[in-house]
Design a protein around this ligand. Structure first.
Ligand SMILES: Nc1ncnc2c1ncn2[C@@H]1O[C@H](COP(=O)(O)OP(=O)(O)O)[C@@H](O)[C@H]1O
Ligand SMILES: CC(=O)N[C@@H](CCC(=O)OP(=O)(O)O)C(=O)O
Length: 302
């Protein structure tokens, strides 16, 4: 017999949190969610640990998480170490042959491996793959325009087709796919692979995958609370925005927010009912977004 007294302070609040999650679990169980995990939200062991707990939590709620990860800061660190210079235009990295080798090595060989290892410390869930595996992504070179002028970004791609089989097979087998945004290039005229790999912004890749999988949500974790209407004014955080309103704002956005918000818009245009920008610096913010009525961050709706 055990007679240790229990601390029941705050018990009703704790129970209320669990009960608030019930309708959301009912709504989303059996659906696929694409989670974009940005390089800037991976900055500490604690945050990475919380992120993988969230993935395993979703999995055990019957939701199928598909992780698409970034790694921009990690690529920068490796490029610095190798003394290779790189610049961004309109939020996208100008990518030479030499830079591409580093991008592929860091995203697929380092960041992806680390996430797979962390998720699998909870059980045998995660399988890592890149857009090259089973031709998950087919990409064309990005035709980029900044201020009305065409800009040559080099080996940067846009996903033009997604072969979802590799992902749906993994989901059916109870796995959590962890995807890096490197994609084989396909010739625009012949439709055949060129043998070149392209660097795809991870937000863009996540949006294409969410659309192709018919995801119930795209959740983008980054290093700000959400989209600010008047960046960096802290009072201007947008909690919800329609696709039409966002379309009207795109030209005013800066740096990394450009591909991020374009990605949310294109996911919603592709039929994903909700896309969210969530603060990855706050541990478990994603759970609050998915399982609470108020949510957190910025929500984009059709
Ligand atoms: N309107 C805006 N709202 C929020 N963040 C913005 C805005 N405009 C620019 N930013 C910048 O975009 C950054 C997020 O993009 P990025 O650094 O590419 O993140 P990630 O590595 O998560 O993909 C923020 O840290 C912020 O500095
Ligand atoms: C074309 C392009 O810009 N690709 C990105 C791919 C990684 C990425 O998107 O990482 P984050 O999500 O951490 O920014 C890059 O080279 O940095």
């Amino acid at each position: 017999m055990t007679t240790t007294p229990r601390d029941i302070s705050g018990a009703s609040e704790k129970a209320a949190v669990l009960v608030e999650a019930l309708p959301w679990i009912q709504k989303f169980a059996g659906t696929t969610m694409v989670i974009k995990y940005g390089g800037n939200a991976m900055i500490s062991d604690e945050l990475r640990a919380a992120f993988v707990e969230d993935m395993v939590f979703l999995h055990h709620c019957g939701i199928h998480p598909v992780v698409v990860h970034g790694g921009g800061p990690q690529i920068n660190t490796m490029l610095d170490r190798l003394e290779i210079e790189s610049e961004f235009r309109g939020g996208l990295r100008v990518t030479t042959e030499e830079t591409m080798e580093v991008v592929r090595m860091v995203l697929t060989g380092q960041v992806g491996r680390q996430l797979v290892g962390l998720i699998n410390s909870h059980g045998t869930y995660a399988v890592g793959l890149s857009g090259e595996d089973a031709d998950l992504f087919e990409a064309h070179r990005t035709q980029h325009v900044v201020n009305g002028e065409p800009v040559d970004l080099g080996l940067v791609g846009d996903v033009v087709n997604v072969n979802t089989g590799a992902i749906t097979d993994l989901i059916e087998n109870g796995r959590i796919p962890v995807v890096s945004s490197v994609a084989p290039e396909f010739d625009e005229e012949t439709g055949q692979p060129t043998g070149q790999v392209l660097n795809v912004n991870a937000d863009t890749a996540a949006a294409e995958l969410a659309g192709a999988l018919g995801a119930s949500k795209l959740v983008v974790l980054t290093d700000v609370e959400g989209l600010y209407g008047n960046w960096p004014d802290p009072e201007s955080l947008i909690t919800s925005i329609s696709a039409d309103a966002l379309r009207g704002m795109l030209d005013e956005l800066q740096s990394g927010m450009i591909p991020k918000m374009r990605a949310c818009l294109s996911a919603v245009e592709a039929g994903v009912p909700q896309a969210h920008i969530v603060d990855g610096r706050q541990a478990h913010s994603m759970l609050l977004e998915i399982f609470t009525t108020a949510g957190v961050g910025t929500q984009v709706t059709p």
